[in-house]
Design a protein around this ligand. Structure first.
Ligand SMILES: [Zn+2]
Ligand SMILES: [Zn+2]
Length: 139
């Protein structure tokens, strides 16, 4: 996109990125902060936030924003889809190859040369669905 120089990887940013990549749970900044602190005890939450913002701007990580819920982060930027729980904000991976060749199908539908796509799913996770049932609310 732009020709700005790549982000400088400070040791702390590298640790943030490594810890995030080691997790498959799409953690919040708080969760990540606790892990980073174990390796670099003098890290502040503010530093972790700043590192995450910079890594996201640089396209090295993905950010999930849901109004009112803490942001979640993904260190895996390879092609895969997500489903997010509308109740608790939990994010789970869905392998893109299970959805067939979406871009080809869209191209056939509209004649565009498809160069990319974004797909995201929302739902109610099994845990929240159980809670709802206990409260007697319908899903
Ligand atoms: Zn949930
Ligand atoms: Zn993911």
């Amino acid at each position: 996109m732009t020709d700005k120089s790549p982000v400088r990887m400070t040791p702390r940013r590298r640790v943030v990125l490594e810890e995030l990549r080691s997790l498959k749970t799409h953690p919040t900044a708080d969760e990540l902060y606790r892990r980073v602190r174990e390796r670099m005890p003098r890290t502040s939450l503010g530093t972790v936030y700043r590192s995450l913002r910079i890594l996201a701007e640089d396209g090295r990580i993905r950010v999930f924003e849901r109004g009112g819920l803490p942001r979640r982060f993904d260190g895996d930027v390879s092609g895969h889809y997500h489903i997010e729980c509308v109740e608790c904000g939990d994010v789970v991976d869905l392998p893109a190859d299970r959805f067939g060749n979406i871009e080809k199908r869209v191209q056939d539908l509209c004649g565009y040369t498809v160069v990319g796509h974004r797909v995201g799913f929302t739902g109610v996770c099994p845990r929240c669905a159980r809670k709802r049932r206990r409260r007697g609310t319908r899903v």
